[in-house]
Design a binder for this molecule. Structure first.
Ligand SMILES: *[C@@H]1O[C@H](CO)[C@@H](O)[C@H](O)[C@H]1NC(C)=O
Length: 398
């Protein structure tokens, strides 16, 4: 796609909000009384924008300057020197990645100038020991409806599904209403099956200082849980989904909301450091267009500097289109020396025809995941692909 087309698209493309997506239902059920976290995924592709009839909750397009910056036709390959201190906490980084000695930057579009670079592994040897044993590139899934863990038969199903589909990491919604015991049991069962469990939390209302359970109460619960759980029942990481870009007031309050998002991440990172847990957040693939008021840089850069890893919602429903939106994300990960996860959507959502595998078969999805992995693995930053979400992928026809 020519850069000028991208430019026009960026000007024209509203950010589509999933304000009535499926996951609100799940989150409400799983997280009693919580206002749903709004998931906003995709600035639509050009073709889509031109034909999109009515966009609900239209958020204004990125300013022209941002669009220009993000759609430069020539990709400059940034060679990064490993920065050990930024990755010293237990980042879920991987052995396999190190095995790739020389990698060619992928030429994916005709306008992109091919460049070749030798990639130095982003993470030093010394940080490897702190990392959980995660197979990389791995597969992960969100478990928003974590109330299923109260039912042993459903846990059996989950473990068997994960095993059959190479899912090695689960982001499980924490819910203090269910108590510690049920989580002890679930995490231990996952652990015995070689599945890493990250503590998932999220509510966009936290950006406004609202939302129940409160952000602070989630931090408190997690802290007491980690303090009381046996080794095999401890969470291996913290995963947050807070999406200010999905809030109604986003367009007119970007600076405040971004600052609030940064504050939440900073608090979470502080807890993560004290508990020895890596911290990850969900980000839109276009986070580079969200400018941080304090640094003037893209939120992707800030987030990768301040988190151990990030999961980018690169939601598209073909391998080719997904890789197209994932390229900048993988490059940002390489530049920051941090592992990044790509993600696929499988549930019914706004713009599903563009972004979700809902209505397609799981065979189609998993074939695409293999294709995506093969290409994305050329980037040292590629940590794996996360599937949104467990209920969605399970509901696909075979
Ligand atoms: C299982 O728990 C042990 C003890 O904490 C830990 O060393 C190991 O990495 C865990 N395995 C997984 C897959 O989380």
């Amino acid at each position: 796609m020519h850069w000028s087309t991208l430019f026009i698209a960026a000007l024209a493309a509203p950010v589509l909000s999933h304000s009535h997506g499926h996951n609100h239902k799940h989150r409400r059920r799983a997280c009693s009384g919580a206002k749903p976290t709004v998931a906003t995924y995709a600035a639509a592709a050009v073709e889509t924008v031109q034909t999109a009839p009515v966009v609900e909750a239209v958020h204004s397009a990125s300013p022209a300057t941002e669009a220009v910056q993000s759609s430069a036709p020539v990709v400059e390959y940034v060679q990064t020197t490993p920065v050990v201190e930024t990755v010293q906490s237990a980042s879920p980084v991987v052995e396999d990645v190190k095995a790739a000695p020389v990698v060619e930057a992928v030429q994916k579009a005709e306008e992109v100038t091919q460049v070749t670079g030798t990639i130095i592994p982003a993470v030093s040897e010394t940080t490897q020991s702190a990392a959980p044993a995660v197979q990389t590139p791995g597969r992960a899934t969100w478990l928003w409806q974590s109330n299923l863990i109260q039912d042993s038969a459903q846990v059996d199903d989950f473990l068997s599904f994960a095993d059959s589909n190479d899912i090695m990491t689960v982001y499980a919604l924490i819910d203090r209403g269910m108590g510690n015991e049920v989580f002890y049991d679930f995490v231990a069962r996952c652990n015995a099956s070689g599945i890493v469990v990250e503590a998932l939390m999220g509510n966009s209302q936290w950006i406004l200082g609202q939302g129940e359970p409160t952000f602070q109460s989630q931090l408190d619960w997690l802290e007491q849980y980690q303090g009381s759980a046996d080794a095999s029942s401890k969470f291996a990481g913290i995963h947050i989904d807070v999406e200010p870009w999905g809030l109604d007031g986003w367009t007119s309050n970007k600076e405040t909301y971004v600052a609030s998002f940064q504050s939440i991440i900073t608090q979470l990172k502080s807890l993560g450091s004290s508990l020895g847990l890596p911290v990850a957040a969900d980000l839109p693939y276009w986070a580079d267009k969200i400018i941080c008021p304090d640094t003037g840089k893209g939120l992707d850069v800030w987030a990768l500097e301040n988190l151990d890893t990030a999961t980018f919602m690169t939601y598209r429903n073909t391998a080719e289109e997904l890789l197209e939106v994932a390229t900048a994300v993988l490059e940002a990960g390489n530049a920051a020396g941090k592992p990044v996860w790509l993600a696929v959507e499988t549930v019914a959502a706004a713009e599903a025809y563009l972004i979700s595998y809902v209505g397609k078969s799981s065979a189609n999805l998993f074939t695409d995941l293999t294709t995506i992995k093969t290409t994305a693995a050329k980037y040292t930053s590629f940590a794996g692909i996360a599937i949104h979400d467990y209920d969605g992928v399970k509901a696909l026809s075979s």
